[in-house]
Design a protein around this ligand. Structure first.
Ligand SMILES: [Fe+2]
Ligand SMILES: [Fe+2]
Length: 207
């Protein structure tokens, strides 16, 4: 059995009571994923690579915010490790990695980020939190339903990791944007995300 090195570099325990819960993914999503698991894993690899790139883009955008830089550098490394692990599994199964494709879910959520400098950081952090939270929910569903025991362990570890990540993003938003109504904005975005997930077609992909 392969060891998965997905240990967190950042631990954040946060109070989530005031935050709008996530709706369950549509019932057909997990069946669609299980019906074409190779495609799901190809998409998953891309999603991890993009998550690492997103964390690095935060570093580039806010070099003057040391707490953010440190957290995002750690996150970029952790996401890249996830990518490495998914790629290792793909290669072991002799699945050819696929080219990155546009993710309609992430594209739509990014459109909700207000460009005004007063809100840009807050919205980016909270969209990050919401994407990670949905990832945690879906990876947990995969872990619960996939038959292969190595994949069960892998996706259980990935789900725990993404759970920590959404907490990290909320914590950063509260620490760095505490002058703004952070929880309130989270709830607005969560409502919009819940509606988006119900509307988007299901695919053998993370989103
Ligand atoms: Fe990840
Ligand atoms: Fe993540």
């Amino acid at each position: 059995m392969a060891e998965h090195h997905l240990q967190p570099v950042t631990q954040a325990k946060i109070d989530t009571v005031a935050l709008t819960p996530l709706s369950a993914s549509p019932r057909g999503w997990i069946s669609c994923v299980l019906a074409d698991f190779d495609a799901f894993m190809q998409d998953h690899a891309s999603a991890e690579k993009k998550a690492s790139g997103m964390a690095l883009s935060m570093v580039s955008h806010y070099p003057d915010q040391p707490a953010l830089v440190q957290a995002m550098v750690d996150l970029a490394v952790e996401e890249l490790n996830h990518y490495k692990e998914v790629m290792r599994l793909l290669m072991a199964k002799q699945i050819t990695p696929a080219a990155d494709r546009k993710d309609p879910y992430v594209t739509r959520l990014n459109k909700l980020v207000r460009k005004d400098a007063a809100f840009f950081l807050l919205d980016r952090l909270l969209v990050g939190a919401i994407v990670e939270r949905r990832g945690a929910e879906r990876f947990a569903l995969v872990a619960e339903h996939v038959a292969d025991s190595e994949l069960q362990k892998f996706y259980t570890a990935i789900a725990k990791s993404e759970e920590r990540h959404w907490h990290l993003f909320v914590q950063l938003a509260r620490d760095l944007c505490g002058h703004l109504p952070v929880d309130c904005r989270f709830c607005e975005l969560a409502d919009l995300e819940n509606a988006l997930v119900a509307e988007l077609p299901v695919r053998p992909a993370l989103h």
